[in-house]
Design a protein around this ligand. Structure first.
Ligand code: GRF
Length: 186
């Protein structure tokens, strides 16, 4: 998994028994990093300031994940865009969870704020395959979340997170089935 934030999706996957073989972060003080240390999950600490470019950071992340034989990369709250060396190495095997019904409110880290400000009646959560088009790869699973009268960014974010905890495991299951099929062909 690649993460930069609180790490609640990581916690949810671990609690549901998913085998998280490694976590990479660009923010060694984030909640996901602290959780990984506590659970003895191998943690790759890759702060951007220690690398000359995004590509060099991504080469280090690629090599870290390969060493740990990562089969599927899950981006959950990872706040950097993957560059070509990483995308090429894991093509079709990277998924991202985004807190909106894409293509609505894509392209940034403020999708919940955007949804509240828009006056929309609903938003949601999406898991999609990562490509070089930010937040625009093929969609795997979505769940709608109503925006209620009086919702704040915090109350809405909490309900979107609950949807995320449901759909991310479903999306991982879909990817596992897809990858298992493709590896038996040829
Ligand atoms: C999630 O809302 C995810 O959709 C977004 O960042 C948030 C990460 O939450 N990309 P957490 O770190 O898993 O708690």
């Amino acid at each position: 998994m690649a993460a930069s934030g609180v790490g609640s999706n990581l916690r949810n996957l671990v609690e549901r028994g998913f085998n998280i073989v490694a976590v990479a972060t660009n923010r060694p003080s984030c909640g996901a990093a602290t959780f990984s240390r506590g659970r003895r999950i191998p943690l790759g600490e890759l702060p951007q300031k220690t690398f000359g470019s995004a590509e060099l950071r991504d080469i280090a992340m690629r090599d870290f994940f390969m060493r740990h034989r990562v089969e599927l990369v899950v981006d959950a709250g990872y706040d950097r865009v993957h560059t070509k060396p990483f995308l090429d190495a894991f093509e079709g095997r990277i998924i991202n969870i985004h807190p909106s019904l894409l293509p609505e409110f894509g392209g940034g880290m403020d999708a919940v704020e955007q949804a509240i400000e828009s006056g929309a009646k609903a938003t949601g959560a999406t898991v999609h395959v990562v490509t070089d088009a930010v937040d625009a790869g093929p969609i795997l699973v979505q769940e709608a979340v109503p925006i209620l009268e009086g919702d704040t960014v915090e109350t809405l974010r909490q309900r979107i997170h609950e949807a995320e905890y449901r759909i991310l495991p479903v999306a991982i299951g879909l990817m596992e089935a897809k990858l298992a099929n493709s590896s038996t062909v040829g």
